[in-house]
Design a protein around this ligand. Structure first.
Ligand code: FAD
Ligand code: SIN
Length: 538
């Protein structure tokens, strides 16, 4: 089975859908997405999109807050263009129909979050992502040039590894011609060939036991790119969100940082504020600092959670501004207007990813990446709150411009590409191996590669993950592919990349804190920790 398209997009979150709308004018677009009803991290975004709309604010201030949060590692040009190009794309979303909350003068109501010295978060109450996703999806469904393939999981990018033509002399000349994709409804692998491919497959929070991310976030894009020979950078910088609901049935439900921006304060079990001991911005300090402070308080006091208190704020205003959070907590019998919310940190956002330039190009020709899967240089060692949706919009637009130019300039014929070959594989009965390995990886990452790290824990984690990966590879080679197996293989790869990157960084910086090198080393430090799978010669 095969599908031929001008542009293939892998993923249907904000980056994938916005790319699709931009590309539809230039040719046929196929979006493959792992789940029906467009499951994505985008759907769960609460706080909003950071951008300069208040005349008293300025691009320079937004740039400075981003640079300060990033602990000296982001690329100034990348930050500049995201901050400056962002507002136009937010206005486009508004035009498409995203019902951003307005103030009494009809301007965007601007919230505030950690690390921002200004109110600059455009939002739809506390369910921004849900409205962005649904409006983009509706618009995409109206475009005759776009076809969405739901329940289709990309397994691997098609590169010289798969073609009958000889491989290139070195990795820098690798080319992508689409992807092999598993149709979960028919259990068949479909060959999608394309003139250009946009990778928008999101993050990898599922590699950790506790995460705000939904089940789709298994790092497939990073793992596929790694196998194909692209450069992967800064995977040690996994962002832990400081405040997720502490309740056994809440599945790490996020309590938005906007709640602290609205006046909520962090307190211990006996009602004492503690953030003044860690940072002058107190509860609104950058996320890495707040998450580490909570971790430290929990360890020091032996408590299971800290609390986020909004009981001193106007109850009607809280219910109106945070309806989703109010309802969710109420469903667990917590009335947030009357009692503090129990919270703990959880894995939230991958600042590292597939390396791109300022035009979203990867080192594989014909392959562009945007959104959480990409490492564009905007986030450095710690992402500033609500800069992610902004980056996704700006780089999705840039990826499209690059892809269109690339296709116009392309003179080479597509080589003969074989169909997926699963000869010699069989349907395994051993599915318990998948669930067991998945939990082992998630526990290992949580216990050994969490908010606070050490050489001993990282080395132990590396030797364990190498073994697990080898076992999974052996199983994969013998077994007919399924969604679960594809994801497990990718989770194991991403876990190893995070551990290897963490071991490479011999200092503490931003989100990476290790007790063996507790200080930031500004004399002699790695700008980016790059890991690359050397694929040639085969
Ligand atoms: P996603 O939205 O995750 O989309 C990825 C898509 O790729 C999905 O459709 C998925 O099904 C698909 N996919 C994955 N693998 C495959 C595969 N192998 N084959 C086919 N399809 C695949 N950021 C902000 O800026 N502001 C916020 O307020 C905010 N709040 C957040 C709250 C929560 C709870 C979470 C989890 C994140 C939040 N973030 C926020 C981060 C932000 O939502 C994400 O970084 C952003 O939505 C990523 O968009 P994306 O398009 O790159 O990926
Ligand atoms: C939040 O609402 O706290 C999440 C914002 C983000 O991840 O940028």
């Amino acid at each position: 089975m095969s599908v031929k398209t001008d542009f293939l997009i892998i993923g249907s979150g904000i980056a994938g859908l916005y790319s699709a709308l931009k590309l539809a004018k230039h040719g046929t677009v196929a979006i493959v997405t792992k789940k029906h009803k467009a499951e994505s991290n985008t759907n769960y975004a609460q706080g909003g999109i950071a951008s300069v709309f208040d005349p008293k604010d300025s691009f320079d201030r937004h740039i400075k807050d981003t640079l300060d949060a990033s602990a000296g590692l982001c690329k100034l040009e990348a930050v500049k263009l995201v901050v400056e190009e962002g507002p136009a794309h937010i206005k486009e979303l508004f035009k498409i129909g995203v019902p951003f909350t307005l103030d009494k003068n009809g301007n965007f109501d601007l919230g505030r979050e950690g690390g921002h010295h200004f109110h600059r978060i455009v939002h739809v109450k506390d369910h921004t992502g849900r409205d962005v996703e649904s409006n983009l999806l509706n618009k995409v469904k109206d475009e005759p040039n776009i076809t969405i393939f739901e329940d289709h999981a990309a397994i691997d990018l098609i590169t010289e590894h798969h073609t009958f033509s000889p491989g290139p002399a070195n990795d820098s000349l690798l080319h992508c011609w689409g992807a092999y994709v598993l149709d979960s409804n028919s259990d068949k692998v479909v060959k999608f060939t394309s003139k250009a491919t946009i990778l928008a497959s999101g993050g990898c929070g599922q590699v950790y036991l506790h995460t705000t991310n939904p089940g789709i976030a298994t790092g497939d894009g990073v793992a596929m790119c790694y196998r194909a020979g692209a450069s992967i950078a800064n995977m040690e910088f996994m962002q832990f969100h400081p405040t997720t609901l502490y309740h056994p049935d809440a599945g790490s439900f996020l309590i938005s940082e906007a709640v602290r921006g609205f006046g909520g304060t962090l307190i211990t079990q006996d009602g004492l504020e503690f953030m003044q001991n860690y940072h002058p911005m107190k509860s609104l300090a950058p996320r890495d600092i707040v998450a580490r402070a909570i971790d430290n308080e929990l360890k020091k006091r032996g408590d299971r959670c800290v609390f986020l208190d909004v009981t001193h704020l106007d109850a009607d205003k809280i219910r109106n501004r945070f309806p989703q959070i109010y309802e969710k907590c109420a469903s667990f019998k917590i009335d947030i207007t009357k009692e503090p919310i129990p919270v703990v940190p959880a894995a939230h956002y991958s600042c590292g990813g597939v390396v791109t330039d300022l035009n979203a190009k990867t080192i594989i020709s014909g392959l562009f990446a945007c959104g959480e899967v990409a490492c564009t240089g905007v986030h450095g060692a710690n992402r500033l709150a609500s800069n992610s949706l902004l980056e996704a919009l700006v780089f999705a637009n840039r990826a499209c411009q690059s892809a269109v130019q690339f296709v116009k300039a392309q003179k080479n014929q597509m080589p003969r590409i074989p169909h997926w070959d699963d000869a010699g594989t069989f349907n395994s009965e051993e599915w318990v191996l998948i669930s067991h390995d998945k939990m082992e990886i998630k526990n290992l990452m949580w216990d050994y590669v969490g908010i606070v790290r050490s050489n001993l824990r990282l080395e132990r984690a590396l030797s364990r993950i190498r073994l697990i990966r080898q076992e999974i590879e052996n199983f994969y080679r013998r077994t007919k592919v399924t969604d679960g197996l594809v994801e497990l293989r990718n989770l194991a790869t991403v876990a190893q990349l995070i551990i290897q990157s963490a071991l490479l960084r011999k200092e503490s910086r931003g989100l990476h804190y290790t007790t063996d090198y507790p200080k930031t080393n500004d004399e002699d430090f790695l700008k980016d920790t790059i890991v690359q799978h050397k694929t040639y010669p085969f």
